[in-house]
Design a protein around this ligand. Structure first.
Ligand code: IPD
Ligand code: CA
Ligand code: CA
Length: 264
């Protein structure tokens, strides 16, 4: 890996830990909680402060880079040309507010649209999932194994119950048979963590109908680096500039689910 990427990687590791410490320090303070697009789309002062923390660091250290951040303190990004950071300061804000766990910081760094670095940091458990393109993925300093194929009958699939009840995005009858046939289902409420769990082999697949680029950017690099497959629900590549359905899976399982269960 080129020196420039090693430098970026070192900065991210340092900043992400510092941001984690700042988040932990807010646990005994009163949060300011606001809603965004709807009553369950939450944001706190901590989400905003953590995003500002990263953006200040990036702008100062790497002035030529572009940043897309969920809370809007970054740049207006219309193309993926150059080096683009995609940041979610707290993924799983609802968990952060209600549970003080099951949330993560997510960062993906892309060069001309290609994922080079990916990080998901589970602050409470001090678990840093990190990947560098071509060099594998790690949980703290332990290398993550390459993902092996698995079948639906042996798979634990992460899926929110929303998608098998009446909803705006998918006929509930599409995914219900998959839920019945899988060994088990889970839902953790943080897309970034759920993708990191697939990369670490704790989950076999993760399916959701609508995520923004900052929800999946870090996890995308992680999962691909261990041989997992990341597409939209219909097997097409994700667009890093728009919302997408997201289907993350071990190999083998991805094909089986697409063939047997998914139809538009
Ligand atoms: C949310 C989480 C959640 C997913 C939502 C996202 P946020 O991100 O990733 O798991 O189902 O669609 O918006 O708002 O907590 O950063
Ligand atoms: Ca998010
Ligand atoms: Ca967020």
């Amino acid at each position: 890996m080129q020196e420039k990427w090693k430098e970026i990687d070192e900065c991210i590791r340092q900043w992400i830990k510092e941001a984690g410490t700042r988040i932990l320090a807010t646990f005994d303070k009163k949060l300011t909680i606001e809603t965004k697009s709807h009553r369950n789309d939450l944001v706190t002062n901590v989400d905003r402060e953590v995003e500002q923390f990263f953006i200040e660091k990036i702008r100062k250290t790497f002035p030529g880079h572009h940043v897309l951040g969920e809370e809007g303190f970054g740049d207006e990004i219309a193309t993926l040309q150059g080096i683009v950071w995609i940041i979610d300061p707290i993924d799983g804000t609802m968990n952060f507010i209600h549970q003080k766990r099951n949330f993560a910081i997510s960062i993906g760094v892309f060069e001309n649209g290609v994922g080079v670095l990916g990080y998901v940091y589970d602050v409470v458990h001090d678990e840093l999932y990190a990947a560098r393109k071509g060099e594998g993925a790690f949980l703290n300093d332990q290398p993550l194994a390459r993902l092996e194929p698995v079948s639906v009958s042996e798979a634990i699939i992460s899926l929110n119950a929303t998608w098998i009840t009446e909803n705006k995005r998918i006929d509930p009858n599409v995914l219900a048979p998959l839920v019945k046939d899988a060994r088990g289902t889970r839902s953790y409420g943080s897309a970034a963590l759920e993708m990191a769990y697939v990369a670490a082999g704790r989950l076999d697949a993760y399916i959701t109908m609508r995520l923004s680029p900052w929800d999946f950017a870090g996890g995308l690099v992680l999962v691909q680096e261990v041989g997992g497959i990341v597409t939209n629900l219909y097997g097409e590549p994700l667009n890093l500039l728009t919302k997408n359905s997201v289907f993350v899976s071990k190999p083998g399982l991805h094909e089986e689910i697409l063939q047997k269960y998914i139809h538009r």
